[in-house]
Design a protein around this ligand. Sequence first.
Ligand SMILES: Cc1cc2nc3c(=O)[nH]c(=O)nc-3n(C[C@H](O)[C@H](O)[C@H](O)COP(=O)(O)OP(=O)(O)OC[C@H]3O[C@@H](n4cnc5c(N)ncnc54)[C@H](O)[C@@H]3O)c2cc1C
Length: 372
Amino acid sequence: MGGQVSSVEGVHVVVVGGGFGGIAAAQQLKSEGLSFTLIDLRDAFHHNVAALRASVQPGFAQRTFIPYAETFGDSFVQGRVERVDTERQTVILQGGREVQYSHLILCTGTDGPFPGKFNTLASYQTAVQTYEDFVKQVQAADSVLVVGGGSTGVEMAAEIKTEYPDKKVVLIHSRIGLADPELLPSVRQQAKEVLLEKGVELRLGQKVAALSELQLNVTQRNMEVSTERGETLTTDLIVCCTGLKVNSAAYASSFSDCLTDSGALKVNQHLQIQGFSNIFAVGDCANVKEPKMAYHAGLHAAVAVSNITNSLRGKELTSYHTGNITMLLAMGRNDGVGQFNGLKLPRSVVALGKSRDLLLWKSWREMKQTQP
Ligand SMILES: Cc1cc2nc3c(=O)[nH]c(=O)nc-3n(C[C@H](O)[C@H](O)[C@H](O)COP(=O)(O)OP(=O)(O)OC[C@H]3O[C@@H](n4cnc5c(N)ncnc54)[C@H](O)[C@@H]3O)c2cc1C
């Protein structure tokens, strides 16, 4: 049959979370002509892939938030989802508002420390201003300690050193290998080489002691930071890039039997949550064995929406298959490392394809709005 399903009586899809998975799902529902509600706690989509550039370049943050209402109109509702009542097929928001669904797509993603993430109930203006204020903290510091050498920490250290080459930047990481363990060893090695070329000091196999007691993201001259080995580092600014956690608050009480230890939702190959044919999990909150990436969240969304339309048309469901890993790390605006479909890419290709614009064009195009 193909084509649009068009508005089907009794069908209303609720999408919880307007991150990369949520906006992809909402756009596809819109183009299928299906009735839907997208719910997010902010009023603007956060292209957090570019959050670290927004932390160092004044004026950049406004490009990283895209208002939902201009794209989705009344189909967007701002609020925090607190639970799901699967018997009444209703989503319950903070304050008591309820939204009924025939099909539900959960894509609440992950939370983590600012500046990599900004999962706060805040307006567009406040969100942008928070990043602009942080840029001033970075500018005021002569030295910065980046804690955590996963992909976010590596990109953060590279962004600071590229924008402010005279600042001392130290990256401390509990392991010896930098960036995502699922990357090719040669790509991880190259990330290390680029950081060293840029002049970032590496402290590998070391951990900061009592991290939770340190003041993050605020510049104060000569703060002392102890490592678990008993060494002392001195820095003006501490930026934390560790500790991403699945955002399960919206659904944990309703799906306690379908959760992994990390709070991710157990899904089958159709991305349906175990035991529910009309409820899907997409993106970082879905327990799919692959790196948590915006790119994958978009692919999941396409499968979830196809399976809603397939089930309405009485067609077979589509399965999600993981593939070879494609991952690009921006090492500042002028350099990058990464792999495509399991093959290492030249630095210049990553710099051109990702680091210059951080794929912002893709999200603005998806939201059908013009970048400021
Ligand atoms: C600094 C950084 C750089 C990255 N770079 C890349 C990259 O280059 N390429 C790549 O592919 N991936 C990258 N990633 C990973 C990528 O950002 C995530 O995989 C992606 O955001 C996952 O999308 P998602 O839709 O699952 O969740 P998110 O994007 O985390 O979105 C979840 C949404 O749900 C909302 N939400 C959460 N709880 C509630 C609730 N209770 N009620 C209402 N709304 C709620 C949040 O406000 C948020 O908007 C990066 C991550 C970081 C931190």
